[in-house]
Write a protein that binds this ligand. Structure first.
Ligand SMILES: [Zn+2]
Length: 355
């Protein structure tokens, strides 16, 4: 059986749990929006700008990496800009064959030009709705769920958690915290997590990316995270003979989803290369591993490209790609019956034809 090609992978239905709205803009859109507000960019053509983002994220310099988000966030400060970016995000994911996506963003980062938190959320939700409708009429249906992110170095997590509950019936499906792990443990935001648990809500926590096992342990055992954003450092609790430490065993036993982002993990140094990415081991040991994009712009990637890289590095075929896709769908924050419908009516029949 020939290995799945990029074009075949693009046509196959895929599910994505970890994608940042401010990390997935089209370069041409950044140029348009920057021109509207007089924001200076490091390149003047879409190609040049796209290359600059990947090079800056690849540079190994934290300053340059953070500069990439300074540019995208700078052009996402009006309702019109947020609507456009969200609409294009939904459309681009759908045309890449993503049938279910959870896209996250931090509302508190979009208040520089006078928007209120609810105005930010509503502009993005409207954008996702319009982009999904446009994609459906172009023959690529997608369901987009929104995650609201609080920044772990800031002190607005309770407010953002409340916002996620306020919009839970309007497209927000969960909550997340993101930002520098070192020095900002998730337990700083315990009140927000406890509030969400009392509201029977769902949340994921960026943990175990740059920082190791203590961060994963806190996210799960103190904060009650449903999923781990990255969680790639869980391999530090797996011995050379594949024996599992207590925490790794807990993560596997409880089927805690790992939102692994191969290209992004390589760029940030959480993995040395795609070939050496722990996703291979975690899949062999049957952890609830999922494949994600993280920041499509900064990694110059897409869901199809991430899967194609795994096919190349690990020799995966359709059965592994289906396994990752079903894992992601099982781990989604939408209701059980809706997850099941996507698995049984969309994903499995399509992969049955490919295998
Ligand atoms: Zn992330």
């Amino acid at each position: 059986m020939a290995a799945p090609t990029y074009d075949e992978i693009r046509r196959a239905p895929k599910a994505l749990l970890h994608d940042h709205l401010d990390g997935g803009l089209r370069p041409a859109t950044i140029l348009d929006l920057a021109a509207d507000i007089g924001h200076q960019l490091p390149a003047v053509t879409p190609e040049g700008l796209g290359e600059w983002f990947v090079a800056a994220a690849d540079s190994g310099s934290l300053e340059r990496y953070l500069e990439t988000f300074a540019h995208t966030v700078a052009v996402m400060q009006t309702a019109e800009a947020l609507h456009r970016v969200a609409k294009e995000c939904a459309f681009d994911l759908a045309t890449d064959g993503v049938v279910y996506a959870e896209v996250r963003f931090a509302p508190e980062q979009h208040l520089e030009r006078g928007l209120t938190l609810p105005e930010v959320v509503e502009a993005v939700l409207d954008g996702f709705r319009d982009g999904s409708a446009e994609a459906a009429s172009a023959g690529s249906p997608i369901r987009v769920g929104t995650l609201l992110t609080a920044m772990r170095h800031a002190a607005r997590s309770m407010e953002i958690a409340e916002l996620s509950i306020r919009y839970r019936d309007a497209g927000v499906v969960g909550f997340d915290i993101a930002g520098a792990e070192a020095g900002y443990p998730p337990t700083r935001h315990l009140d927000a997590f406890e509030y969400l648990q009392r509201e029977n809500s769902h949340f994921t926590i960026h943990a175990g990316e740059a920082f190791g096992l203590p961060s994963i342990w806190q996210a799960l055992q103190w904060c009650g995270a449903d999923r781990l954003g990255h969680g790639v450092r869980i391999v530090d609790d797996i011995g050379p003979d594949n024996s599992l430490g207590r925490l790794a065993a807990y993560v596997r036993d409880k089927r805690i989803p790992l939102e692994l982002c191969p290209s992004s993990n390589v760029q940030t140094g959480a993995a040395a290369s795609i070939r050496e990415h722990p996703i291979g081991l975690l899949r062999d040991l049957r952890f609830r591993a999922t494949v994600n994009t993280d920041n499509r712009l900064m990694s110059g990637t897409s869901m199809s490209r991430e899967m194609a890289l795994l096919v190349e590095a690990f020799g995966y075929g359709w059965s592994e790609l289906q396994w990752f896709t079903v894992n992601a769908m099982k781990s989604a924050f939408i209701p059980f019956d809706e997850r099941l419908a996507l698995i049984n009516d969309v994903i499995k029949p399509a992969y049955a034809k490919l295998a």
